[in-house]
Design a binder for this molecule. Structure first.
Ligand SMILES: [Fe+2]
Length: 236
C-alpha cells in the first residue's frame, strides 16, 4: 500500500528554520541554501558542492534537532489516515532526516522493505516527505506477486532484495513527491533510492501498530535521543 497525501506545512517550516539556525556555523561551506519564496516562506535546497565529511557533520547536527523530534502525524494533519491504517500507532524509529546528494550516492538504498527491520507479523507505516523545495523522489515496485524475490545480505544495509535478471520495468514506478506532500506506505512496500539528480532532504517518520499483550519496541533508541526526551516529558 502507498498513497500520496497533502500535508500541513507549519511544522516543516519550523523544522527548516531550526535547520537554518543549527547549520549557521557552517557558513563557509553551507550544506543548504535558504531563500524566501514570493509569499515570504522560507525554503531550502541542497548545496550541490557538499563533500562527504560535511555531509556527516550536517547529518548529525540536523538529526539532533528538537523540532524534528516533535513532528507527529497530527502536526502534518495526516493522523486520520495513519490511524485508519494502524489503530495504536507507536514510534518505530525516531524521526529521521536523510540527505541524498552526489557526495553520498554510493550509499543509496537498494531494493528493500522497511518491514525487514520490524518484528514479524507487525504492521508498520512509513511517512516519507521532502523538506527540500524541489520535492523528492523514490522508486517502488507494485503488484510484485509473480516476481521472484530473494532476500540477500548487504554489507551496509543489512538486507536487500535480489531479483536476479528478471525485468522489473513492468512493476517499476518512479514516484515524485512535491514539497507539501507526503508519501505514506506500509512495511511491505518494495522501494529503493531514486538515482540522484538535484539532491534531496527528506524526513521519515515510522510507526508500528502496538498490540495489547505484545509490547515490543522494534528499533533500538539511545536514551539521549531528543525524541525519547520529548516522550519522557509527555509522559510526566
Ligand atoms: Fe526504506
Amino acid at each position: 500500500m502507498y498513497k500520496i497525501l497533502d500535508i500541513n506545512l507549519e511544522w516543516i517550516e519550523k523544522l527548516i528554520l531550526e535547520i537554518q539556525k543549527s547549520t549557521f556555523s557552517m557558513i563557509n561551506n553551507p550544506p543548504f541554501l535558504f531563500y524566501k519564496n514570493s509569499k515570504g516562506e522560507m525554503r531550502l535546497t541542497i548545496n550541490s558542492n557538499l563533500n562527504i565529511e560535511q555531509l556527516g557533520k550536517t547529518f548529525n547536527i540536523i538529526n539532533s534537532g528538537i523540532i524534528l523530534s516533535q513532528i507527529t502525524p497530527e502536526c502534518l494533519k495526516i493522523d486520520d489516515f495513519i490511524s485508519f491504517q494502524i489503530t495504536n500507532p507507536l514510534l518505530w524509529t525516531y524521526p529521521q532526516l536523510r540527505i541524498d546528494c552526489d557526495a553520498n550516492k554510493s550509499f543509496s538504498a537498494p531494493w528493500h522493505k522497511d518491514g525487514w527491520i520490524l518484528g514479524e507479523n507487525l504492521k508498520g507505516i512509513v511517512v516519507w516527505l521532502p523538506v527540500s523545495a524541489d520535492g523528492g523522489s523514490l522508486q517502488l515496485l507494485e503488484n510484485t506477486n509473480d516476481l521472484e524475490c530473494k532476500v540477500i545480505k548487504n554489507n551496509y544495509w543489512g538486507l536487500e532484495a535480489d531479483f536476479k535478471d528478471q525485468d522489473l520495468n513492468p512493476y517499476l514506478k518512479n514516484v515524485h513527491v512535491k514539497y507539501g506532500q507526503a508519501l505514506v506506505f506500509d512495511e511491505n512496500l518494495l522501494h529503493q533510492s531514486f538515482p540522484i539528480r538535484e539532491g534531496q532532504l527528506t524526513l521519515q517518520l515510522r510507526y508500528f501498530n502496538l498490540h495489547e499483550n505484545n509490547f515490543y519496541r522494534p528499533a533500538v533508541q539511545k536514551i539521549t535521543e531528543p525524541v525519547i526526551e520529548f516522550q519522557k516529558l509527555l509522559s510526566e
